[in-house]
Ligand binder design. Structure first.
Ligand code: ATP
Length: 243
């Protein structure tokens, strides 16, 4: 179980995350839903070790991992795919997928095995083919994002965080990633999913935590999810207002 207790982060006067309490279980797709500025990305950065909280705790299966650095989070099995497509443009697809991989496991993967591993990992979910020897920066943006998702996947994460990570993908690849998410969750992986799209929230989530102005409003289980209810929780001032 991943437990977030009283987690807070401020930037100057702005309280980006305010005493957030969230319990997340292995084997679930747990969506974080909220309007722009509600604190979703801040939570993702805290769970990736990119920023440290001002208060609160992150507990992984009873172990306090608060404030550790990104490498430590990765060693604990966290992998994050951010909305911005982050490839090393001049390195080929294989190098991009295995970026940091050997450092993480403190080993050296042979050149031939690297190509096989990269190809297998892409094959697990990608519909569009990414040419392995091509510099990643030359690929279309959607293919670049597949490479970044493969980079997370190759590490066999126990906690996979997808922060609007499918937004750049074509329909078929997006659906393939959703299937992958369901498979990984069924195998016991915790998927933390950030999306704006209500259809994705409804079809994928086992649980949804709603954030508003940096605060956790509530966490709902799958059987409690209704789009209107979620919208009203995200932005009560907009509820009932026709667009
Ligand atoms: N580096 C920063 N410096 C100053 N303020 C920040 C910083 N990062 C986030 N904030 C502020 O913290 C609040 C929460 O931002 P955050 O990016 O976490 O929200 P979000 O829900 O991810 O929004 P979006 O959907 O637009 O990405 C916002 O008011 C934002 O302006």
């Amino acid at each position: 179980m991943l437990e977030i207790k009283g987690l807070s982060k401020r930037y100057g006067e702005t309280v980006a995350l305010d005493r957030a309490d969230i319990s997340l279980d292995f084997g679930e797709i747990h969506t974080i839903l909220g309007e722009n500025g509600s604190g979703k990305s801040t939570l993702v950065k805290l769970l990736s070790g990119i920023v440290s909280p001002d208060a609160g705790e992150i507990m992984l299966s009873g172990e306090d991992i608060t404030g550790r650095n990104p490498a430590a989070f990765q060693e604990k099995g966290f992998a994050t795919v951010f909305q911005e497509v982050l490839v090393a443009p001049d390195r080929n697809v294989i190098d991009n997928i295995l970026l940091g991989y050997d450092d993480l496991w403190r080993r050296r993967t042979a050149r031939r095995d690297r190509a096989t591993l990269a190809a297998q990992t892409l094959k697990e979910f990608a519909v569009t083919e990414a040419p392995l020897e091509e510099p990643a920066g030359r690929l279309p943006l959607a293919a670049q994002q597949l490479v970044v998702i493969a980079r997370a996947l190759v590490r066999k994460p126990q906690i996979l965080i997808l922060d609007e990570a499918t937004a750049a993908l074509d329909f078929a690849d997006r659906e393939a990633v959703f299937d992958l998410m369901r498979r990984l969750a069924a195998d016991g992986c915790l998927i933390i999913f950030i999306t704006h799209r209500m259809d994705e929230v409804m079809s994928l989530s086992n649980k949804v935590t709603v954030l508003r102005s940096g605060r956790v409003v509530t966490t709902l289980r799958r059987e409690e999810l209704e789009p209107e209810k979620l919208l009203a929780l995200m932005a009560p001032e907009m509820a009932g207002v026709e667009e």
